[in-house]
Design a protein around this ligand. Structure first.
Ligand code: UGA
Length: 435
């Protein structure tokens, strides 16, 4: 199938490269000229494992190309995917759909022959109706079907998530269009991934309901971690003990400093607003947002307590800055709240992150960046692990203890075995396992 992807951001690039890899002819369009020029040279605007290789392979095979003008690509495509951003509007937290609607109008002007218009961006319920209305207004005679096909890609493992998804969700009002979408994804569903077909509004809601549910799971285990600390229980074992119940499931039950990233916080806010507007507030989601916000303060208090009640005049080595490992993304990272509060409490901070320091430096004024974990820790009063990068799990804890002034490690991700940490001479404080 000939496909146009509008938006060369994270979702657009991964979707474009993966659709090309399963045999489609894909053009990725973005009006950002320098970005498209860089992509043509094989330079990725984002850090995602394996993406540069997949782009190079599919481009070399002639199935993936990059353009700045939308009209010629749309006119020759059977499907057009809208993959532009939907950030929260600062004023009210609603998802900002200006780019989605502008793209819909532009697509409408270029349509020729029957075309599927697919919204992949995360959009509030009813956006597909509005996209269709815009297209019908601009091009009343266009032969078009507007379909919702939300993405469930996790940063860092997005290609695997696309190629072997737990499910593909497609929502539309037209059986012919749903059939075409099924054909488009056949290489993936033939390999065993289920396809959920439904109406458009349901598909749009599934995306938000999924993200918010995962965020609820994390929030729940974080509160259980607090209780574990009070009653002398071990949250890692609680997690395992409940996660093995197939009704609960083991994933997204890892306690930590609270969820971050570009998706969960934004999508919770957007779903909360939608629900409030419809007079059916989602109290569980509202509470989870508040609990997750408070979590950062709890982590700061934990660090200060571990440091003996004050960090005034103390130097802290911070390991990991990004919102999770295997990404350079700093959006809603726990470090952005925790570190400034520690500085305000009188600490000085030297930090190291394997991929996030370039993005982090301007966001964290006053934090000195180091070239390695051990360099960050050299002479510091304590070390705090904020992001569970794999390279930290193989860190020589004995060496860490020796370069620190005080051998104290506060691990906000429970990356280490407490016994092993204590054996290497560290005082080890973690989450939900007693101090
Ligand atoms: C999330 C969803 O997992 C994807 O399915 C979805 O497609 C994506 O949002 C999106 O809407 O585009 P992502 O934001 O990349 O993906 O990151 P996650 O791996 O879900 O992690 C989110 C946050 O939760 C991170 O801060 C992570 O550290 C935290 N987390 C995750 C925990 O604290 N505990 C866990 O057990 C799992």
């Amino acid at each position: 199938m000939k496909i146009t992807i509008v938006g060369a951001g994270y979702v657009g690039l991964v979707t474009g490269a993966c659709l090309a890899a399963i045999g489609h002819d894909v053009v990725v369009v973005d009006r950002d000229g320098p970005k498209i020029a860089a992509l043509r040279r094989g330079v990725m605007p984002i850090y995602e494992a394996g993406l540069d290789r997949l782009v190079a392979e599919t481009a070399a095979a002639g199935r993936l190309s990059f353009e700045t003008s939308l009209a010629p690509a749309v006119a020759t495509s059977q499907a057009v995917f809208i993959c532009v951003g939907t950030p929260p509007r600062p004023a009210d937290g609603h998802a900002d759909l200006a780019s989605v609607y502008a793209v819909a109008a532009e697509i409408a002007q270029a349509l020729a022959g029957f075309t599927l218009v697919v919204t992949k961006s995360t959009v509030p319920v009813g956006t597909g109706d509005e996209v269709e209305a815009i297209i019908r207004e601009v091009a009343p005679d266009a032969r078009v079907a507007v379909v919702s096909n939300p993405e469930f890609l996790r940063e860092g493992v997005a290609i695997a998530d696309f190629m072997r998804p737990d499910r593909i969700v497609v929502g539309g009002e037209d059986d012919g269009a749903l059939g075409l979408m099924a054909a488009l994804y056949a290489p993936i569903t033939d390999a065993g991934s289920p396809l959920v077909t439904t109406n458009r509004r349901t598909a749009e809601l599934i995306k938000y309901a999924a993200n918010c549910f995962l965020a609820l799971k994390i929030t729940y285990i974080n509160e259980i971690a607090n209780l574990c600390e009070e009653v002398g229980a071990d949250v890692e074992d609680v997690s395992r003990g409940i996660g093995l119940d197939s009704r609960i499931g083991a994933k997204f039950l890892k306690a930590g400093p609270g969820f971050g990233g570009s998706c969960f916080p934004k999508d919770m806010l957007a779903l909360m607003k939608t629900a409030q507007d419809h007079g059916v507030p989602l109290r569980s989601v509202e509470t989870a947002v508040a609990v997750n916000d408070a979590r950062k303060g709890e982590m700061v208090r934990k660090i200060i307590r571990a440091a003996g009640g004050s960090v005034q005049g103390k130097s802290i080595a911070v390991l990991g800055l990004t919102f999770k490992p295997d990404t350079d993304d700093m959006r809603s990272a726990a470090s952005l709240i925790i570190l400034p509060r520690l500085i305000k409490a009188g600490a000085s901070i030297r930090a190291y992150d394997p991929a996030g320091m370039a993005h982090a430096a301007p966001l964290l004024p006053g934090v000195v960046m180091a070239a390695s974990a051990l360099e960050a820790a050299e002479g510091a009063d304590l070390a705090v692990l904020v992001t569970e990068w794999a390279e930290f799990s193989t860190l020589d804890l004995g060496a860490l203890g020796r370069v620190l002034k005080n051998p104290l490690l506060v691990d906000l991700r429970n990356l280490f075995d407490p016994l092993a940490a204590e054996r290497s001479g560290l005082r080890y404080v973690s989450v939900g396992r007693g101090d």
